[in-house]
Write a protein that binds this ligand. Structure first.
Ligand SMILES: *Cc1c(COP(=O)(O)O)cnc(C)c1O
Length: 442
């Protein structure tokens, strides 16, 4: 879990820089944001998101592929609106994300519904809203979609999620395209289901989808998956079935540690080489690549602990705010918010206050000597940061802030502890029991 503290390489697309000795996101000093909203908080750069979207669009322009942002990476309404304004469609995985996306003002006609276990109520809401496409993950789910469409008197546009049995070479918890992963259907299963679905009037069978995993640092698995996909298209067409749309999934990796990461231009070239002439409308569903580099999680140093070999710095952010280190062993580079060229002489371990031994951000070399009150920014936390947060240890959800040039705006305020408690109710028997003792709950 050792990383070198590399000042900017980890965050080259982030919009971060030092100015007047303070770390800035675009032209906003993170010290000013901290003074306004208190720590911990997430802060996102609009310019970073916008330029990522534009660069990916350009890379895909030769094949005419459209982009559906994977909402689960960062579902904040303002982030979704920003992407919708740029022309992005949305890839959702739940009824909650459907509501969220529509609330952000994104058009239903640009929504693709993915996910391995859609409930009938979710399918109903999606069809009623008039979404672009539902990606089917099993024969059983196909039946559910057909039932719901029939009940509603609507025609459901469906694509089959193909599991091409390709190892994405990424963390096992975010690999989704091997045959034993729970996602998608084998080519054999699809051949049967596709032909059957094509006979049902309540279904409009439009094509295929793949998504082999997340944080792919090697593009070869994409080439393999898209080659298998092209073959399946040919087989289906050979059987007289029409295939008009292909959804190529997300998964393009980003550099968290300054190491090499794929270029979207190379990704675009692979799409072009494997599927360019296939005569289908192409869509990609990136999440992390668009928003990951755009975010920082800013935290304050609370205490220094000298026990053990490596000193531990306790900060006020924790695994409930940013789950990736505890969940995947990921490392996010940490930058001092107050610029300091003098490196401390020993690596330090940075830990949060949550009562779990996995609540560790990592071991960092090259940070300045830290004291209580210093601010640190964990970089590349715009994807799967705030969206994965929980309230474990009764820690309230932290604010999210959006920067645009020299302006910043709180786009989600800090949750109040009282808001955590409102869903909970004492039982009648507890109330009665306490009343008998002359006490009351709350
Ligand atoms: C998670 C997911 C994505 C986005 O993955 P990234 O690695 O964030 O690009 C795209 N499509 C589907 C079906 C997903 O589950």
């Amino acid at each position: 879990m050792d990383i070198r503290h590399e000042r900017f390489s980890a965050a080259s697309r982030s919009g971060l820089r030092y100015g007047d000795a303070a770390l800035r996101l675009e032209d906003v000093s993170l010290e000013d944001v901290a003074a306004s909203v208190a720590t911990p908080f997430y802060c996102y750069s609009s310019a970073s998101i916008r330029s990522a979207y534009e660069r990916l669009s350009q890379a895909l322009a030769p094949v005419g592929a459209s982009i559906c942002f994977a909402v689960k990476a960062n579902g904040n309404l303002s982030v979704l609106s920003l992407l919708a304004e740029l022309g992005s469609g949305m890839d959702i995985v739940s009824g909650g994300e459907l509501e969220r996306t529509l609330a952000a003002g994104a058009p239903a006609a640009g929504i693709v519904f993915s996910g391995v276990g859609k409930k009938r109520g979710e399918i109903r809401d999606a069809l009623k809203a008039g979404i672009h496409q539902i990606n089917v993950e099993s024969a059983a789910e196909l039946d559910a979609i057909a039932d719901v469409a029939r009940e509603l008197g609507l025609r459901a546009p469906v694509a089959f999620r193909y599991n091409p049995d390709v190892d994405a070479g990424t963390h096992t918890k975010i690999s989704t395209g091997r045959k034993d992963d729970k996602f998608g259907m084998s080519g054999e299963e699809i051949l049967d289901a596709y032909a059957r679905a094509a006979t049902l009037p309540e279904l409009d069978v439009v094509g295929l989808a793949v998504h082999i995993g997340s944080q792919l640092l090697d593009l070869e698995p994409f080439r393999q998956a898209y080659t298998h996909l092209a073959n399946l298209v040919m087989t289906l067409r050979g059987r007289g079935l029409s295939v008009t749309r292909l959804d190529l999934g997300g998964g393009i990796g980003i550099s968290y540690d300054g190491g090499p990461a794929p270029d979207v231009e190379d990704y675009g070239a692979i799409v072009s080489a494997t599927l360019g002439g296939i005569g289908c409308a192409l869509t990609v569903e990136p999440g992390r690549w668009l928003v990951g580099p755009a975010g920082v999680l800013v935290t304050e140093v609370l205490y220094l602990k000298e026990a053990g070999e490596t000193p531990t710095v306790i900060v006020d952010a924790a695994m409930n705010d940013l789950m990736r280190p505890a969940l995947y062993g990921s490392l996010h580079a940490a930058l001092p918010v107050r610029q300091n060229e003098v490196c401390g002489d020993r690596p330090v371990r940075i830990a949060g206050p949550v009562c779990e031994s996995s609540d560790i951000f990592g071991t960092y070399a090259g940070l300045p000597a830290l004291s209580a009150g210093d601010l640190l920014a964990f970089t590349c936390t715009g994807a799967y940061g705030a969206s994965m947060a929980s309230t474990y240890n009764a820690r309230a959800l932290v604010p999210e802030v959006l920067v645009e040039g020299n302006r910043f705006r709180v786009i989600r305020r800090r949750q109040e502890t009282a808001e955590l408690l409102v869903l909970e109710e004492p039982t009648q028997w507890q109330i009665a029991g306490l009343a008998a003792e002359g006490r009351a709950v709350r």
